[in-house]
Design a protein around this ligand. Structure first.
Ligand code: UN1
Length: 503
């Protein structure tokens, strides 16, 4: 399948200058979609202006009146049809993600699989939006709770998962009876358009146009409008801790809800009894995969002193074999970073590493353009280095050594972020210590698997500066609904709670 074929399959037509233009919707200024592999312009996209925004918000509110009254399993049926379309276009969409964002095609297709998985999950969930019943303290009274749709959900997503994170939110919100507006990253507008086209193909013939809408535009304009808009009771946002602070502040100021999935500084602790081959595979996938641009990417590796030098040797051998190149070439293991700013952040971080006394033991350089390529990098670090406490969205792995598990956990938990973590060991006490109340302080804590690549069935998110939100599986759906407690009196009397006699 050539580039052109897969774009055509996704309904994106060629326009001029060898580029593609998507007018559709937007009355605002143009935005260029750039391929990080060679810096070419893939497409010019029209962004929406405040008039488009108002129109979409109105249409969304109108369709909500109907959508919320559609039985949840019927909403699940619509999501099932979406899952079918995602399946049909898995390869094409995976390629577009690879082309526009720079992750390798296998990971691009994996991302579409994640969209399919969450859609399937949501179909089942549409029959399981359970509320509890309680025993009333008053005779002949019944108490229970039910879950109602919330309204319009604002979804703000990052470039690194330009499809899956939208799907985590959109598929769940849809079965919950919500309608939604999506602001994708300005670095990946074309993927968002391709997905919205698939959505339209399914929703329009069913009369559900407007349940899921797209707003291409910058954080400065569309983002600002969304976070301050009192018609949006929930903003679900993925991005940096700084972005989250801004969004969380604005949303809480108007007393609405936010679901924040922010930065991670994910660590793996390797005990002396760990299987080194498992560790190696997990670390390379976690630190090098997606060129270190997952929020779950492995950024810190804590090695027990007894196995540190062996592990470092294995890592360097493995890193030397990583094939860097075009993300659409099946032999490539690591594609480019997303843009020039990301390359500069990588270089700046390594400059700081040197200033702070860290030692680069592998990689460390950016690779000549065209394309935003860098070398996967390993740094011998010490725990007081400020740069190792920051999330740099690049393939930089910081190494630390430890004597005792207690010391490793303390170093591990000493950063501001709290997303994902793992331990490699066969020892039950080490496992239980790591998973205990005094163990990892992250939202995700794994044993003998890496920090990245979570399945959709669990709740996804983290603590501390990661923002506290939970998306995807488990009972994350509850944040997309409003809970109502109902007490029904079927007696002929009016007894008061707490035994109060009044009058
Ligand atoms: C993200 O980087 O924002 O666990 C999401 C993972 C993927 C999702 C990452 N399933 O690595």
């Amino acid at each position: 399948m050539s580039k052109l074929d897969f774009l055509q399959e996704l309904g994106i037509e060629e326009v001029n200058l060898g580029g593609f233009s998507t007018k559709w919707f937007g009355s605002g200024t143009n935005l260029k979609s750039i391929a990080p592999a060679d810096e070419s312009v893939i497409a010019t996209v029209n962004q929406c202006d405040s008039g488009d925004y108002e129109q979409i918000m109105k249409d969304t509110a109108t369709i909500f009146q109907k959508w919320r009254m559609e039985p949840a399993p019927k909403r699940g049926e619509v999501v099932r049809l979406l899952a079918n379309e995602f399946r049909k276009h898995k390869v094409a969409l995976g390629k577009l993600i690879a082309w526009e964002m720079g992750k390798i095609q296998a990971e691009g297709e994996g991302e579409v699989q994640e969209m399919i998985d969450i859609a399937d999950y949501a179909v089942g969930l549409s029959r399981q939006l359970y509320g509890k019943t309680m025993h009333s303290e008053r005779p002949n009274h019944r108490m229970y709770e039910q879950w109602h749709p919330l309204g319009t959900v604002g979804i703000i997503t990052a470039f690194n998962f330009p499809g899956a994170v939208w799907a985590w939110n959109a598929m769940i919100a849809a079965v919950c009876g919500d309608v939604m507006v999506w602001k994708p990253s300005s670095k990946t507008p074309l993927t968002a358009i391709a997905i919205q086209k698939i959505v339209n193909q399914v929703l329009d013939p069913l009369g559900w146009n407007g349940v899921m809408s797209l707003l291409v535009g910058s954080s400065r304009d569309v983002g600002e409008m969304l976070i301050h808009d009192r018609r949006i009771p929930l903003i679900s946002a993925t991005g940096s801790c700084n972005m989250g602070r801004k969004i969380g502040g604005a949303v809480s100021k108007r007393l609405a809800r936010s679901l924040l999935e922010l930065g991670g500084n994910n660590g793996i602790i390797v005990m002396p009894d760990a299987d080194p081959e498992l560790v190696l595979r997990a670390v390379v996938f976690g630190a090098v995969g997606t060129a270190g641009q997952r929020c779950t990417s492995t950024r810190r590796l804590f090695l027990h002193k007894d196995i540190a030098s062996d592990m470092i040797e294995r890592l360097i051998t493995s890193y030397s074999q990583v094939k860097i190149g075009d993300p659409l070439d099946s032999k490539t293991l690591m594609g480019p970073l997303v843009d020039e700013t990301a390359v500069n952040d990588f270089s700046m971080a390594l400059k700081t590493v040197k200033e702070e006394g860290g030692e680069i033991i592998h990689g460390g350089k950016s690779i000549d353009s065209p394309g935003f390529y860098v070398e996967p990098t390993i740094v011998r670090a010490s725990i007081d280095m400020a740069i190792a406490r920051e999330e740099t969205f690049a393939p930089i792995l910081y190494l630390f050594e430890f004597d005792t598990l207690e010391e490793a956990i303390s170093m591990h938990n000493s950063v501001d972020q709290g997303l994902s973590s793992s331990i490699f060991t066969r020892d039950m006490q080490s496992v239980e210590n790591f998973l205990s109340h005094a163990g990892s302080d992250c939202g995700i804590a794994n044993v003998n698997i890496g920090t990245s690549g979570a399945e959709i069935g669990g709740a996804f998110g983290g603590e501390k500066d990661t923002g506290g939100g939970r998306e995807a599986g488990s009972d994350s759906w509850k944040v997309y609904m409003r809970r109502q407690t109902n007490t029904l009196n079927w007696s002929d009397d009016l007894p008061l709670a707490q035994g109060i006699e009044f009058g």
